[in-house]
Structures are given as structure tokens and as C-alpha cells.
Design a binder for this molecule. Structure first.
Ligand code: ATP
Ligand code: MG
Length: 592
């Protein structure tokens, strides 16, 4: 079953995404906790952070966390930091670091401070020595496999490492030698000395530091030991004075370890540990953060794991990190999705502890809602068929006025040239129309939007029996301003003058995977990518569309919302991506 979130708060959300003040009305269990903390005087200011690991590009799942952390800071007059959780140099790259910054800014958020967990390496190191001196950490010589063997299981307690009782002096000496680079990778770790019999496996003497002789994108070769996630993350939050450390549910079991790190290092009571930061001009007031978990965003018909996204890119199943079919923020941007739509979607699905997979149509609904309001209307023809207006003389030309937006007169009007020869969609003509076909067919009438009513008087076939061109008679009495202008016909179609239309390429995107839950499939990703996820068409656009700026978005009437591709679009060689079709065609007949 796919979860469909309640949509009854539309009006509020609509206001919420355009007016930050309204968002004070947002309700969820995290905001309730924050309100209660503020009311009880536990904090004078709320501080949050978004802590991505720079090992890939951000995706729409991250947007949920970004909107939550930055949103809360905005709503409660607090601050939100962007912090790179860059503690594992094996997987992290400069390319990702730059992109993350750009993507967060593109979503419309501004960070209070930009930090790297690696800014704090010296503090972490001092905190680790402090734990050793207090008998709360020890250097362990077990290999990874040996450690695993002693760790026990959910039903069996673990067993102590033979190195657990090393003296403080020996531990300190070994840890210093680890830092000095005297030992090879994997030969030793620094472990917290907690409880090998704990019911929580995370508390069974977890590793705090490992040896890795690898340069780091931010600290170069200053270090060959690197802190583990739980230790670094808890202390980074404490250093920055984060009040509420919001993370996803898989960290619920890590919370006791998070608290153990915060409470045993007690940075807020030990200013001397922060000495190395003062030299760097980092003068935060440390605090005692509280971790709160919420459910990850899961979306149907796509994958939201950096590992799987990387596989799609590496295996060439998509055209790169910004392929418009990907749920990466890069991909969504290239697709033409406005950042406001991502924010609206994230608000609409809300925050809870319930894991559920949101149907992709909910996302598309938010995209349409934002675009319907802001996108100017234009004409484009994806699959052209020539229509000749038989009763118009050769070379005859007229300028037609059409509104830029049907519901918003402030958008004004545009001018479109019409002539004797027009392009219409070949799908708007049927030689032998099926029942209920209300467009053009021999002898039938249809309205050409803004022009009048045309009757098909002849279909010209090519030698293979295909329709080559259609001849029509435009009823002069049905022209705008004439007595018969209001005469009703069942269908209205769009058109372009063949002498004015500009050739254009269209890229029609659909869901990347045809199956709703690719994560649950046994088959490799390559077999799951939907062959109809990208279709390219060569058609025409009205001149105003050809002149669009890259990233400008429009509604091409009857076809969907389109964006001028930010990389490839040029006025003399227009390239448009379909952002989303006008209606949800999934499950029934697919959109054109
Ligand atoms: P992935 O599994 O895709 O690699 P991650 O959780 O390892 O994701 P991080 O860079 O560690 O990615 O995540 C940064 C922040 O974004 C974390 O606080 C994480 O909990 C949050 N986050 C990541 N994915 C999602 C998601 N699908 N929904 C909500 N929050 C997410
Ligand atoms: Mg991660």
C-alpha cells in the first residue's frame, strides 16, 4: 500500500510556502517539542544544523531534512548551520562539497555558519585523550573480524576485548602513536569503554577512531586517524551549541551512544577543549544537544540512496547526476522543478515517526500546483502535421492576441502569427476517429484556439497510406469578434504558423522506474529502468518560446509544463524538458 498524506491543509500550505510568517502554524511532534522547550525556558535560541556527508549529491530525501532544519530555524528565530560530515575521506570528494552548497542555496535557504566536522578534528582528538585519561576509552588491537566475533548478538552478550584493561599510560602512548602514523590501517582502533553486555549493540565498546592513511579533502594529510560517525557527530553538535539534533529513524538506536559521547566529554563544561577552535575564529557557545528522530522520505518509482544513485550514474543508466529523471536536487533542477514545489511537497507530507513510501503523484501534484500559478502559457507542437486553411489566400498573415495566463490577467497578452499553413499535433487528427474523438477528422469541426472553427475538407495521404497534410475550411463567422464566435464545438486544439514556428527538441520524461518500489526488487537496477522514462521529439515552438532564457518555465497548452534546458537550450536551437504532464496519466493511458 502506498501512503497518501492528508491534503486537507492545502490553503494553509499554500500560504506557508509563500509567507514564512504563516508557517508558525506548522504542527508536528518536533515543533511541539521545540515550543515546549522554549516555553520552559530551556533555550534562549533554537539552533539546528543540516549535516550531509559529502559522498554524493543531495536528493529529495535530503530536502526533507533541509526544509525541517532550516524551516525550524526560520520559524523560531533561530539559526541553522550547514555542516559537512566529512569524517570518512575514503568516500568524500570536492565535487560533492561544492554541489551541496549550491543545492541548499538553490532550495532557498541560507546557513548561519558553514562548517566541516573536520574543522573540529583537534577538539575530537583532545576529547578522546580525555576519555582515555578517565578510563573511558582504550586502544584495541583486535581486527575488525575479531571485534565482530566478540560483539555478541541481540540475544547474546558480547565478550570483553583482551585489550580492555590496558593502563591509561599505555593507551595514551598507543593513541599518540596511532596519530603519529606508526601503525598500518586497520591494525588498531580507539574504543569507548562502555559495556559489552549492553542490550544495545551500539554501546558494546564502539570504535571512536580508526586508522586510515588517506588524504582528506579538507585537512589534507594532517591526519591518519579519523573519528567515527557517532563520536564526531555528537561532539560537532555539542561544539556548535545545537539545541535539537534532528536525524532520521535509523539513528534511534544510536541515541544512547550520542548521549554517552555528549555527557562524558561535557564540552560545555570544559572550555579548554575548545582552545584549537579559537585560533580558527570559531567562537560558538557549546551546549548539550538533544537528538530527535523522524522518518526518512521514501518515494515511489525511484531510489533515494546515494549508493544506488551512484550506481545509476556509474553504470551509465542515466546521463549524469543532473539527469532530469533522477531525484537528486541537481536532476530535479535540470528537469525544471521549481524549488518552491519541493518545499511545498515536503511540507505537505509532514514530519512523523511513521515510515511510509509516498506516491510519486503527490510530488507531481505539488509541482503542478506551483507551476499552474506561475507558468506562462505557450503553444508548442510535439508531433507536427500540416493543416492548410483552404479559404485563406497564399501569403495571408494575421496577428492573434492570446492571454499569457488564463487566471491571471496581470501576466498580460502575447501575439502569435497565423497563416494559411499551420502545424497541428498529428494526434489531433484521426482518419477514422474512434468513438468520442472530438478533434479533427474528415468532415468534422474543431476550434483552433484563438482563431476560429475549422472543418476538415480533405486529408492528403502519402504513398504508404499515412496522413501527409490536412485541408480545412476556417469558418469566417466563427472568428473572434464575429457573431458566430461563441458557437460550440466539442474540441479545441492548439496550432502554430509553419512560417513562424521554430524547430525545437523536446525531451519527455517519465518515472525512472516502472515498478513502485525498486528497492524491493531482486533484479539489477539496469533491468528496472523504465524504457519510456525518456522520449525525444523534434517539433516546433512559438518564437517567444525559442527566445526563452535557460531555466524559464512554461505551460505548453495541452502538453504539460516545460523548461528551457539549462545546459543545452539556445534561441536558434531550442531544447525543452517536460517537467510534468498536465494530468496524472500514470496507471491509465500514458501522457503523450
Ligand atoms: P543516503 O542513504 O542517501 O546516503 P544518508 O542518510 O547517508 O543518505 P547523509 O548525507 O548522511 O545521507 O544525510 C544528511 C542528512 O539528511 C541526515 O540528517 C539524514 O538523516 C538526512 N536524510 C538523508 N536521507 C533522507 C531521507 N530520505 N529523508 C529524510 N532525511 C534524509
Ligand atoms: Mg550517511
Amino acid at each position: 500500500m502506498l501512503a497518501q498524506p492528508a491534503l486537507d491543509r492545502n490553503a494553509l500550505f499554500r500560504l506557508g510556502y509563500t509567507s514564512p510568517a504563516m508557517s508558525l502554524a506548522r504542527q508536528d511532534f518536533i515543533r511541539d517539542i521545540i515550543r515546549a522547550d522554549l516555553a520552559a525556558g530551556r533555550h534562549s535560541q533554537i539552533r539546528t544544523r543540516f549535516p550531509p556527508e559529502p559522498n554524493g549529491y543531495l536528493h529529495i530525501g535530503h530536502a526533507k531534512s533541509i526544509c525541517l532544519n532550516f524551516g525550524i530555524a526560520e520559524e523560531f528565530g533561530g539559526t541553522c548551520n550547514l555542516r559537512y560530515d566529512d569524517t570518512n575521506p575514503a568516500k568524500e570528494e570536492r565535487e560533492y562539497i561544492e554541489a551541496i552548497r549550491e543545492d541548499v542555496a538553490w532550495l532557498g535557504f541560507r546557513w548561519h555558519a558553514l562548517r566541516h566536522a573536520s574543522d573540529y578534528f583537534e577538539v575530537f582528538y583532545r576529547a578522546a585523550e580525555l576519555l582515555i585519561r578517565e578510563g573511558k576509552a582504550y586502544v584495541c588491537d583486535l581486527s575488525q573480524e575479531e571485534m565482530r566475533a566478540l560483539r555478541g548478538t541481540l540475544t547474546e552478550p558480547g565478550r570483553d576485548s583482551p585489550y580492555r584493561e590496558r593502563s591509561t599510560a599505555e593507551n595514551l602512548e598507543l593513541f599518540r602513536r596511532m596519530r603519529a602514523g606508526e601503525f598500518p590501517d586497520g591494525s588498531r582502533t580507539l574504543r569507548a569503554r562502555i559495556d559489552m553486555r549492553s542490550g544495545n549493540l551500539n554501546l558494546r565498546d564502539p570504535a571512536l577512531y580508526r586508522i586510515k592513511h588517506l588524504p582528506h579533502p579538507h585537512t589534507g594529510d594532517a591526519w591518519c586517524i579519523y573519528p567515527m560517525y557517532d563520536f564526531a557527530h555528537a561532539l560537532s553538535d555539542a561544539i556548535e551549541g545545537i539545541t535539537h539534533s534532528l536525524c532520521t529513524l535509523e539513528f534511534e538506536d544510536h541515541r544512547p551512544l550520542y548521549d554517552w559521547c555528549v555527557d562524558n566529554v561535557r564540552l560545555h563544561e570544559r572550555p579548554e577543549l575548545l582552545e584549537p577552535l579559537r585560533e580558527k575564529g570559531i567562537l560558538d557557545r557549546p551546549g548539550r544537544p538533544r537528538q530527535i528522530e523522524f522518518s526518512r522520505l521514501e518515494l515511489s518509482h525511484t531510489v533515494l540512496s546515494k549508493r544506488k544513485l551512484l550506481a545509476l550514474v556509474r553504470e551509465g543508466l542515466v546521463e549524469g547526476w543532473d539527469d532530469p529523471r533522477l531525484p537528486t536536487l541537481r536532476g530535479l533542477r535540470r528537469r525544471g522543478v521549481p524549488p518552491q514545489a519541493i518545499r511545498l511537497f515536503v511540507e505537505r507530507i509532514g514530519i512523523s515517526k511513521q515510515n511510509s513510501r509516498i506516491d510519486f503523484s503527490v510530488f507531481e501534484g505539488a509541482v503542478r500546483e506551483v507551476l499552474d500559478e506561475e507558468a506562462k502559457r505557450r503553444f508548442a507542437v510535439l508531433k507536427p502535421l500540416r493543416l492548410i486553411l483552404d479559404n485563406w489566400p497564399e501569403g495571408h498573415e494575421e496577428l492573434i492576441r492570446l492571454p499569457n495566463h488564463p487566471k491571471n490577467p496581470a501576466y498580460g497578452e502575447r501575439t502569435l502569427a497565423a497563416g494559411r499553413e499551420l502545424w497541428i499535433e498529428s494526434e489531433d487528427f484521426a482518419l477514422s476517429p474512434p468513438k468520442g474523438f472530438h478533434r479533427l477528422s474528415p468532415g468534422a469541426e474543431v476550434r483552433l484556439r484563438g482563431l476560429g472553427i475549422v472543418r476538415c475538407i480533405e486529408a492528403r495521404l502519402n504513398p504508404s497510406g499515412g496522413v501527409e497534410a490536412v485541408k480545412g475550411w476556417l469558418d469566417p463567422d466563427s472568428r473572434p469578434g464575429h457573431p458566430g464566435a461563441e458557437r460550440k464545438v466539442k474540441g479545441t486544439i492548439h496550432w502554430l504558423s509553419t512560417t513562424h514556428a521554430v524547430p525545437a527538441r523536446f525531451r519527455l520524461y517519465d518515472r525512472l522506474f516502472a515498478v513502485p518500489n525498486p528497492d524491493a526488487e531482486e533484479r539489477p537496477l539496469a533491468e528496472l529502468v523504465s524504457p519510456r522514462s525518456l522520449e525525444t521529439r523534434e517539433g516546433f515552438v512559438e518564437p517567444l518560446l525559442a527566445a526563452a532564457e535557460p531555466e524559464e518555465r512554461f505551460q505548453c497548452e495541452r502538453l504539460g509544463y516545460f523548461v528551457a534546458d539549462r545546459e543545452l537550450h539556445r534561441p536558434d536551437a531550442p531544447v525543452f524538458n517536460r517537467i510534468v504532464a498536465l494530468r496524472d496519466a500514470w496507471g491509465g493511458a500514458h501522457g503523450r
